[in-house]
Every structure is written in C-alpha cells, then in structure tokens.
Design a protein around this ligand. Sequence first.
Ligand code: DLL
Length: 443
Amino acid sequence: MTGACEILATRFHPASAPDYVPVPHLRDLQLSRLQAVVWRAYRNVELFRSRLRQRGLDPDDIRSLEDLARLPFTVKADLRDTYPFGLFASPLQDVVRLHASSGTTGKPIVVAYTQEDVNVWTSVMVRTFAACGLGKGDIIQNAYGYGLFTGGLGAHYGAEGLGATVIPMSGGNTDRQIMVLKDFGVTAICSTPSYFLHLAERAAELGVDLRELPLRAGVFGAEPWTESMRRHLEEAAGIQAYDIYGLSEIIGPGVASECACQAGLHIFEDHFYPEIVDPATGEPLPDGEEGELVLTTLSKQAMPIIRYRTRDITSFITEPCPCGRTIRRIRRIGRRSDDMFIIRGINVFPSQIETALLAVEGTLPHYQIVLTRQKGLDEMEVQVEVTPEVFSDKIGALEQLQARLLGSIEQVVGLRAHVRLVAPHTIQRSEGKAKRVVDRRSE
Ligand code: DLL
C-alpha cells in the first residue's frame, strides 16, 4: 500500500483542513493554545498550581514550545488520587459528559467534557474517519462498547459528524453483528482488532464470506496489535484495516490515526501536543528515538492534562507522509512500558509473542500467555489455538507445529517457553480489549 498512497483519493472532509496546515502556523497555534491551557490549569486545578509553585514556575514562564519540558508530568496515580472530580478545571454545571476508565485495581479514573470538549472530540474523530478514507455515504457499524468506555460514543459522534450512517451496535452479540453487517450493506466497522478477529471467525462458521460484502474498511484500536494481525484481518475480510489510537485521560479515541498510507499514525497535534521521553529518566528524546509518549491537551476545557505519561512506547517518524498531512506521525504502538514482564531476567512484551506465533502457519491469532512460578523459577506458557485442520491431524503434525512455535518464540524473545496447542475456541473471546497475559506468579 505504501508508495501508492499519494495517488489514492483520501476522502477530504472540510474538518480535515488542520491536518494540512503549514508547520510554522501549526507551531504558533500550539504555543498560543499551550499558554492558554497552562493558565487554565493553574487557575483552576489545585494539584497543578501547587506543583508549579514548588518548582518556582509561573504560567508566564512558558514562552516557547521547548519550555513545556520545564513543566511537571501528570501520571495515572494523579487521576486516581484526586478521584472523582479533583482535576476538573470547569464547574460541574459546565460538564456535559463524564466517562471513566476501569483501572486494574480499585476505583476507576473519571474524565470530563464540556460541550466545547465534545465538539473538539467529534472533530478529531471526523478527521480520523476521513483519514481512513470514509465519508458521507458510508455505513459505519460501531462495535466499540457504549457506556463509560470512550470508544463507543467517541466513534459514534465522529461518524455522525462525518455525515456517514452510523449503526450503534456496541460490543458483543456477534451473530447479530454479522446479520447487520450483511443485511445493512455496512461499508466500515469500528471495533478492537481482537473482537473483529472473533467476528470474522464466527462469520466463516456461519457461512458468511465477509470478502463478498460491501465492507471495505476496519477502524481498529484500543489495544496493541501487530502488522501480522493487520494482514490476517485484511485477508480474512477483504478490507483495509486502519490503526487508531487514543486514551481516556486525553480525550478517548481521536488522538491519532493512520491515513491511506497505513504507515504510522498522524497525531492531531493542534489539540494534543506530543513529546517522546526516556521512560526511565523522563528526559525528552531526539526525534526518531523510541520512548514513552507524553501528551498535553491543548484545548481541553473541563479537564486539561499537562504532560501526561501515557506509558505507551513509540517514536516519531521524521519523514513527511506522502499523503500530504503536515501533522506528525508516530509509529504503531506495540507495547506499553508497564506491560513488559520479566522471565528469568529476559524482558518480554506480549506483542513479541504475537509476532512469533503469526510467523508460523497453522495457528490462529488467539493466544494467551500464562506466567507461573515453579520451585522459585518463573515459567512462561504460551497457549495458542490451532486451526481445525491441524487439530484433527495426526499427533505428529501437532508435535511438529509445537516445535516450530517453540523455535519461533525462542528466536524473537531469546527464551525457551512452553507451548500448549489448544483446540479452536478454547481461549476466551473478549468483546472489547483482549486479555493476553495471566500472571499467576504470586498465587
Ligand atoms: O482505548 C480509547 C480508544 C477507543 C482508542 C477506541 C482507540 C479506539 P482507554 O480505555 O483509556 O482508551 O485505553 C487507552 O489503550 O494508553 C494504549 O495503551 C491502548 N491503546 C489504545 N489504542 C491503541 C492502539 C481507549 N491503536 C490505552 N494501539 C492506551 C495500541 C492502544 N494500543
């Protein structure tokens, strides 16, 4: 796809104009918005004001975009510690929407939107869909979960703002999703990649060939996925699969999106200012180096967030994109700094396992990693589903496959794991984000 993409007509939506603004104008706009948002947070958010004062800083000290690096970071614990409304910069009367993201432990974190924030959110989702080549006339099935999760309503407002026809399915109820997909002439679907994988498999079981339907695009995000998974989904369903990125703390989906080139995600940096820092030291890294993405909201009213440590690992792509957008690109987010686990001294990321598994034919991209401790030693078992053909094959074939998988994992990760081949449908399907790692080491 890359290379040819400059001649592909990306459907231009008027709301996409900021994607193409000359860089010097963009920088001016970012600076004036940054100065305004720092003042807003300083005036209205106690935590931010006290942190700035501790450093002897004043909002007027922000005279250039480089000065941003002098400001303190915000981390997830700050949102948890000020639960529920402690970081709001608007009175509750002006807040028209609340969302929440479930933490792994205890209370969720709460995020707020004024009407203006909802309008900005809609506009960045319109730009997301337009970048994925969608527009008026498209029929978009939205299988992101509706509710406190930002995926459902974020994509919904964006699809309506685009002028497309939106079908608010939410997640789950897979047979019904397939019926609607088929009967309503759906041209694009939004979901997590893992849920779409499940849906595509179920469609095949029901005898529905997705490749023969009008469906042509998948707008996938909310969890890490790999290039191999993209190829698998594109082939299984006859679609272009686009990667979109976002997080509740910043706005929800609509922070960054791929374009027709499918070569990195454009950040809507007129609203979300990106930095890449060294995850260990917090120091800004030179362009192109891999590190932790830090985001500052430039226009949020209800809950401005300054220098949020996302924990998501990526890097800037320094070359301009052939699509002509001037807003910067980041590489696909394959991992978080906190989803790494250490087995016998070796750092392992779930995405490495996915890459290793998908490099071997005969398996399905459904897998789970189970960590245990036996006699004080950490063990990693990778459970992976095999295709029905392989599963019903002779023992010899299974053993061969197991050996190939072991070798592939060892090559990618540098570690000998245990591989357990399981029958199709053994691993639990998720309707939203897939749970890849089960850590039983402290049980
Ligand atoms: O997942 C928002 C969203 C909804 C994004 C729909 C895209 C589509 P949270 O539940 O707060 O918000 O989770 C945010 O999910 O920090 C990443 O670790 C991960 N994530 C989101 N998109 C991607 C992606 C939504 N495209 C967290 N690739 C983020 C990899 C992603 N990881």
